[in-house]
Structure formats: C-alpha cells, structure tokens
Write a protein that binds this ligand. Structure first.
Ligand code: CIZ
Length: 307
C-alpha cells in the first residue's frame, strides 16, 4: 500500500496502524457508512460524540460526520488538529440558519434566550446561550431562567421540546432536517399495517404528527438503548437509514423497517479511502476563527456541564 490514489486495498489493520502512529482518534456518527463505523474508536449520537471530543487525549481527531460536527469538536479542542475527511459534507438544516438571522430574532424578542441545536454552524453557536442535542433539548431549555426561548434551527425539535415544557414560550426558527421532515404519517401508517406488532421508534427531528404515532422518541443513541432492552423483535424506525447497521449489531434477532426516503446523502460521502487520506496527509482540516470559536465554546460547554 503506497498511496491512497491508486487502486489498492485499504484495510482495517492499515487504518489502525496509522491511527497509532499519528496518535489519532476516529469518531463517527451513527448514520455513517458501515465501513467507517468499523474503523471508528467511538460511534454515537451528537451528545456522545461531543463528550468524546471533549475528553480525548489524542492529538488528531478524525471526525466522520458532517461539518457542524467537526466544528463542534474543534470548538472543544482549539489546540488540536480536527479533520473532516470529506470537507464538503454539510448539513442542510445547519445551513438554513445564519448568525444574522439569530441576531434579528434577538432584536425582535429582546427578553428571549437562544437555544441552539448542535446542528448549527460555529457562527450561529457564537450567538447562542446554550446548545442542545436531541437527547438533552428538554434539559437544556429547562435550565434557562428565561420564559421566552428562541429555539434554532429545527422547528420539529422545537415543537417536541415545547410540548414537554408548557411553562416555556418557545419561538421556533423554521428549519428542518430533510431526511426526517420528509417522513410522513402515511408512510408510518403503511408500515404499521404491514407490521402491526412493531414498535414505532422515532427521532425528535420528525414532524409532530409522526411523533404522536410513536411508542418511543429519542436521539439515535437512545433509540439503540430502547431497542437493545426491548422484549419486542420488530421495530419501525423513523430516522436515517444508516442506523440499520448499529441496530442489527445490538439486536441481530430483530427486524427493522424504515420509511423509504430517510437518507442523508452528505453524511454518506465519507468513506474509508477518505479517512485513510486524512490520516496520511491531514486532508480536511477544520479551521475556525479564534474569536468565533471562543464565543461558540460557551454554549457548548454550558450544555456539557448539564449532566
Ligand atoms: O444522532 C442523533 O440523534 C442526531 C441526528 C442528532 C443528535 O442530536 O444526536
């Protein structure tokens, strides 16, 4: 194996060897390709990944996910090298909301605090009071003194959180994740007709109507925990289809049914060859403006200090 450009086989062993030589850690989101999950030191949801990024002692963090995830790792590790093997892998929801829009909402609602879902750019985090993930949006929002809460950018997570916290006045930004927002009640209804015994397990980025049909709602990692200990062996899974790989590992005996269009194409752009390339030549370094990074760290650390 001489270069990553030619036709050559990149093996698990070659990646492990390079990781050791470079003192690198590989973090991967639950939606990444199986070949990427197989070489990762940790696979999980945004909260788990942020925690791992905050505590790692490795010099290089290879982040297999989309750009806001790499940025969050860099915000938490300004002195480390953070590499996003496919730097073009963006998140459509994160790009729906700009820092200028957040400033404008603050101008309109001067008494409100801002809760930023982790699916935001560093610029947007820098304008926010606290970050949250889908596993702690309720806790993060409840931790704020303000009654009025500007919740950005996911209107579905905002609705889910608002429903659990009637004492708060949640003002949503109208962004959404295309993969989750596109899951419809009739798709879930069709799957339920075909598999009447299955539990419906949904991600809070789904619409409120889909959540209303669900037996369990949670982040990807919480969904895995639910399935792991469930007595049932059939599940309708309302989230991105990349989850199938981990779900099959934790419950090889169970059957999983996904709606047909739940796919995040950008997170699938990272493959083994790109991971190898980042390890060899540092491709995809995440660079942030130091002042933005300093300001964005405050809401991220505020979130991490909640548990
Ligand atoms: O992994 C998840 O649950 C996603 C997509 C987001 C999050 O907040 O962790």
């Amino acid at each position: 194996m001489e270069s990553y450009n030619g036709a050559m086989e990149i093996t698990l062993e070659s990646i492990q060897q390079l990781k050791k030589e470079k003192n690198a850690v590989i973090l991967a989101h639950n939606y990444t390709l199986p070949e990427v999950q197989d070489v990762a030191d940790y696979v999980g949801d945004s909260l788990g990944l942020s925690r791992k990024a905050a505590e790692t002692e490795a010099e290089i963090i290879i982040f297999c996910g989309v750009s806001f995830m790499g940025e969050t790792a860099k915000i938490l590790n300004p002195d480390k090298k953070v590499l996003l093997p496919e730097p073009r892998a963006g998140c459509s929801m994160a790009s729906m909301c700009t820092a200028a829009q957040v400033r404008e909402m603050r101008r309109i609602y001067p008494d409100a605090a801002v809760v930023a879902y982790v699916n935001t750019t560093a610029d947007v985090k820098a304008e926010s009071d606290i970050c949250c993930t889908s596993s702690n949006s309720i806790k993060a929002t409840a931790s704020l003194e303000e009654e009025d809460i500007i919740f950005i950018p996911d209107m579905n997570l905002a609705a889910y959180t608002a429903n659990k916290l009637p004492e708060k006045n949640i003002i949503p930004f109208h962004g959404y994740c295309s993969a989750h927002h596109g899951i419809t009640t009739w798709q879930i209804e069709d799957l339920r007709t075909l598999h009447p015994g299955a539990d419906i397990v949904s991600h809070p980025e789904c619409t409120f109507d889909v959540l209303a049909m669900s037996d369990f709602i949670g982040s990807t990692e919480k969904m895995i925990d639910f399935v792991r200990v469930s007595d049932n062996n059939e599940f309708i899974i309302a989230t991105e289809v990349g989850m199938l790989y981990r779900l099959r590992k934790v419950r090889p005996d169970a059957k999983f049914y996904f709606p047909p269009n739940a796919l995040c194409q950008t997170i699938k752009m990272t493959n083994l060859r790109l991971v190898y390339r980042s390890l060899v030549d540092g491709n995809g370094e995440v660079i942030l403006d130091p002042e933005i990074s300093r300001r964005a760290r405050i809401p991220v650390e505020r979130m991490l200090s909640l548990d």
